[in-house]
Write a protein that binds this ligand. Structure first.
Ligand code: URA
Length: 277
């Protein structure tokens, strides 16, 4: 440490340098220090029980990140007015899991060890959607518990959420062999399960991780790099896409953008749900 008494100017400079170094390391290692960076204000919006779409503002501007030609994407597939209330969601999810967990609609049903339904708080206001189970998830029946999952947990915690308070699931419920990308036919058969889960949970924000989740939800072929930062909705629910944790593990530079998306997500969450949630 520099000598603070004899040279306070240098000491400040050194301290700032050290902080910058620390921040850089945190980005590289995975978000651990960034909790301190959040100076988020509470919301003055009225808190709602289920976060029903009607109570949310429709126009949300993120002007600095929205490219001029890119308007909002608002995908609407169904009417959510019959969505169950918070107390009924756990039961509805459990029954739905029982109903679909023996699925044999695509060849992955034959090769899977476990059907990975997803896990978390049935009344979660924030949902994360990944691509498909990997080897660890296939073996355990739980989503995002391998290397990418550990990073996802850090990302979630870095913006002051707890993993158990959100809901985590995938587009595909069964592992593709050798972790290959989902085939269109598999997505076609499996995505109605995801949509039904979302309909039951009816969150306030959906964070899609990577291309398959984002493109499946928004019914687009546009890539994640173009979709990030735009105003996006699925059935009136705000969608915030970001890079998949596996992409961050392969290329740590993506963590910078993921961190930006997460800070935006936290602000939006507080604005829409109230910061006490
Ligand atoms: N584990 C999951 O559950 N989903 C992914 O997309 C990647 C790893």
């Amino acid at each position: 440490m520099p000598n603070q008494k004899s040279n306070p100017g240098n000491s400040l400079e050194e301290a700032l340098k050290a902080l910058a170094e620390q921040a850089k390391t945190a980005l590289e290692e995975g978000f651990v220090y960034f909790k301190e960076d959040l100076k988020l204000k509470g919301s003055n919006l009225k808190k709602t029980d289920t976060g029903a779409a009607i109570n949310r503002p429709v126009i949300i501007s993120r002007a600095s990140m929205v490219s001029p030609e890119a308007g909002p994407i608002c995908v609407t597939t169904s009417d959510f007015s019959a969505s169950p209330k918070a107390g009924e969601k756990a039961g509805a999810l459990n029954s739905y899991n029982l109903k679909i967990k023996s699925c044999q609609k695509c060849p992955l049903g034959k090769t899977r060890l476990n059907f990975v339904f997803g896990e978390g708080a049935p009344g979660a206001k924030l949902v994360f959607i990944g691509e498909a189970p990997g080897a660890d998830e296939d073996e355990s029946g739980r989503p995002f518990i391998g290397r990418a999952g550990k990073l996802l947990t850090k990302i979630i915690e870095a913006v002051n959420f707890k993993r158990e308070d959100v809901f985590i699931m995938n587009v595909l419920k069964c592992r593709p062999p050798n972790n290959r990308a989902p085939e269109p036919e598999e997505v076609k058969e499996c995505s109605p399960y995801l949509f039904k889960q979302l309909e039951i949970i009816n969150p306030v924000i959906i964070c899609t991780l990577g291309n398959p989740a984002t493109q499946t939800l928004l019914q687009t072929k546009e890539g994640i790099s173009k979709l990030r930062g735009r105003e996006l909705y699925w059935n009136g629910i705000k969608v915030i896409p970001t890079f998949h944790p596996s992409a961050c593990l392969r290329n740590p530079a993506y963590k910078v953008d993921v961190w930006k998306d997460m800070k935006f997500l936290r602000k939006e969450y507080d604005r829409l749900c109230g910061s006490g949630n």
